[in-house]
Design a protein around this ligand. Structure first.
Ligand code: SF4
Ligand code: SF4
Length: 234
């Protein structure tokens, strides 16, 4: 219905499923019928995705966004024909770039896992309305994207502070937190999508969840040491 609904994850999934090119068609900028102006969101998402593609070695020209009205049949045909030609010239995804298919899949899978983190980290820029096409290319920079991935955050529950209130586990969208009544909670780093919901959810009086950047996450507490023995009330 709206180009603003095209999530970064959809584009990565299309490439992961073997598409050689992805084109997103949106309504003309500033002609949206709604105050949301979703086409501007689609634009910033595409600009970000192009830089991510560069970061993992894919040609960013494989992704394009075009704005046109439903009355512009000729323009639509021209754009699609041009894009189809360009994608054909580029050849199969990864081949021209010299990247092995398995490597592309694994890089795309890694990035897809980080989509919630990327969206939170770039939240403000993704909500921008870029009026001037000259801003497009420099809006996200290579250094910025390299830094985004080198400083990927991890979330960790301090076993000395966790009071097993279970709030974080209930809020985690991917069931990455193991715990239960009277059990110190532990984050499964392989499942965690780095959304930060547990950090927000942990009550301030416990403040057991911490963010770790650029350093290894301490190993999880062994299962046999997770039980909290509470003092009985007199
Ligand atoms: S950051 Fe916390 S809430 Fe988000 S996925 Fe990871 S463990 Fe779950
Ligand atoms: S919300 Fe905080 S105190 Fe409660 S279980 Fe999670 S980490 Fe522990």
């Amino acid at each position: 219905m709206c180009s603003g609904r095209v999530d970064l994850e959809f584009v990565l999934r299309a490439f992961s499923n073997g598409m050689d090119g992805v084109i997103i068609g949106g309504c003309r900028l500033n002609e949206c019928n709604y105050i949301t102006h979703g086409n501007y969101h689609a634009l910033t998402m595409v600009l970000l995705c192009k830089k991510i593609m560069e970061h993992i070695g894919l040609n960013p020209e494989r992704l394009r966004i075009e704005f046109m009205s439903s009355a512009e049949g000729n323009r639509f045909a021209e754009v699609m024909s041009d894009f189809g030609d360009k994608v054909n010239q580029m050849g199969p995804l990864g081949k021209a770039e010299g990247i092995d298919q398995n490597e592309i899949k694994s890089k795309l899978a890694e990035i897809t896992k980080l989509v919630p983190y990327i969206k939170v980290a770039k939240n403000e820029k993704l909500a921008s309305h870029l009026e001037n096409p000259e801003e497009y290319d420099k809006f996200f920079t290579k250094d910025e994207i390299d830094r985004l991935f080198s400083e990927v955050l991890s979330y960790y529950i301090d076993p000395k502070k966790c009071q097993a209130c279970t709030t974080c586990a209930k809020r985690c969208p991917v069931e990455a937190i193991a715990g239960g009544k009277n059990l110190i909670h532990v984050i499964d780093q392989a499942k965690c999508i780095k959304c930060g919901a547990c950090l927000e959810a942990c009550p301030t009086k416990f403040s057991a969840v911490t963010k770790i950047s650029g350093a290894p996450v301490p190993p999880p507490l062994p299962e046999e040491k997770r039980t909290i023995v509470r003092k009985k009330k007199e």
